[in-house]
Design a protein around this ligand. Structure first.
Ligand code: HEM
Length: 405
């Protein structure tokens, strides 16, 4: 009960790990009345639910998000509900998911992502050019958030002249995701942004059907050799999913990673001296401050887990941040160690829904940290206190990260 009382507090957002450690040890399959679902904190249990997609479903899971909206707001958020009723990659089960994933993966191949590297480099260089002479920057706004949204816009084929508008929509949309205390004004703005993005993508799809280019939307509109294709609704849904799944998560990786690294000066000095350590550092950052801290599954039938009965229709949350600090899987899990090996974190999920953007975000991380080492070797935190975003219930992300260099 003492634990239950802390789960929705700001204090929990600032430091969730002590509470999660206690849950993992004492009540690893915990019914949370305040969150409205089961919290699974053990690595092995989370892994088992990733594999058991029949009993732990993704279908309709976003539709369930509307249950958390203030009752009086629900009717006014009909566009949200309609959008989330359509099937998308992240919220479907096989066989729909298998078909959608195959079609989207075609446009998201490692080769396509690797070919993005020079563009990512150019975007990072431009962002650092803007601040280099100032000797200071606010990393979240000026780099960690600006980069992924610009990359996504380019990937989708949004012309640079619409970039600012696109980012404004993306930011508004994000305000809906996993909010701790839904605020109706924010939700209505998010819905406006959703409608605007949907309309924009509809236009983009029409354009690309007429005149295909090299971008993702063009690839998604194409038909495969065996005649499979996506409907316009599925392409729109995929576009919105990429925008919501690929933006804040990458912001988190960069922001959480930089904050943690600079808070451990010996490890920062090691990476700075040997950029080959950037890759293992990124993996450790993903484990240590997992961007997606929890995500839902819908239980499809009554099922026993560690002596508890999970009922059909209930939500079960995979607590990725807790699983990634499970001492049965990671020695000294509370220690940040960029040389940790092996490092089998599940920050990108596992199984059929494994993050399709993992290679992209890893590439973005590599380019950013190489550029920081090269261009800002004297970078320092302005404050040792992190500003965790208390509005976010499902993700671990900083509001701001001022640095000097
Ligand atoms: C799926 C995390 C970046 C697109 C996932 C899942 C996780 C995750 C945990 C599994 C969801 C589930 O099991 O229900 C992350 C993290 C990222 C990141 C930590 C950055 C550090 C990206 C990027 C994109 C992206 C950059 C796109 C450009 C997706 C998509 C899925 C997904 C489309 C759904 C795949 C499916 O259902 O088959 N991500 N993600 N993610 N991610 Fe990411």
């Amino acid at each position: 009960e003492a634990i239950e009382g802390t789960l929705r507090t700001d204090a929990f957002v600032h430091d969730p790990y002590a509470t999660l450690d206690r849950l993992r040890e004492l009540d690893p399959v915990h019914w949370s009345e305040s969150i409205g679902g089961w919290l699974l904190t053990r690595y092995d249990d989370v892994l088992a639910t990733f594999k058991n997609t029949a009993d732990f479903s993704n279908e309709g899971r976003l539709g369930r998000a509307s249950e958390y909206l203030p009752a009086e707001a629900r009717g006014r958020l009909a566009a949200f509900e309609a959008h989330y009723r359509t099937k998308g990659l992240l919220h479907s089960d096989p066989p729909d998911h298998t078909r959608l994933r195959r079609l989207v993966l075609r446009a998201f191949s490692p080769r396509v992502i690797e070919s993005m590297r020079p563009r990512i480099q150019r975007i990072v260089d431009d962002l650092l050019d803007k601040v280099q002479a100032d000797g200071r920057m606010e990393v979240i706004d000026e780099l960690a958030s600006a980069l992924p949204v610009t990359v996504l816009a380019e990937l989708l084929g949004v012309p640079a002249s619409h970039g600012q508008q696109f980012r404004a929509w993306a930011d508004d949309l994000l305000a809906f995701q996993g909010v701790n205390r839904p605020d109706e004004t924010v939700l209505l703005a998010a819905q406006q942004a959703l409608l605007a993005v949907r309309a924009y993508l509809t236009g983009l799809i029409e354009d690309r059907r007429r005149a295909p280019g090299e971008d993702l939307i063009s690839m998604l509109t194409a038909t495969t050799d065996d005649g499979e294709s996506l409907t316009d609704d599925e392409i729109i849904n995929t576009g919105v999913t990429l925008l919501t799944a690929g933006h804040e998560t990458t912001t988190s990786l960069i922001g959480n990673g930089l904050f943690t690294l600079l808070s451990h000066p010996d490890q920062w000095h090691a990476v700075r001296a040997d950029p080959a350590l950037i890759k293992p550092f990124l993996e450790e950052a993903l484990r240590y401050e997992s961007p997606v801290s929890r995500q839902p599954r819908i239980v499809t039938r009554d099922i026993e887990l560690r002596g508890r009965t999970l009922r059909a229709g209930q939500l079960a949350f995979q607590m990725l941040g807790a699983a990634n600090r499970d001492p049965s899987r990671f020695s000294e899990p509370a220690t940040f160690d960029i040389t940790r090996s092996p490092n089998r974190h599940i920050a990108f999920g596992q199984g059929i829904h494994f993050c399709i953007g993992a290679p992209l975000s890893r590439t973005e991380g590599e380019v950013v940290f190489a550029a920081i080492i090269e261009r800002l070797p004297r970078i320092r935190l302005v404050s040792a206190e992190p500003t965790w975003d208390v509005r976010k219930a499902n993700s671990r992300v900083l509001c701001s990260l001022p640095v000097t260099f």
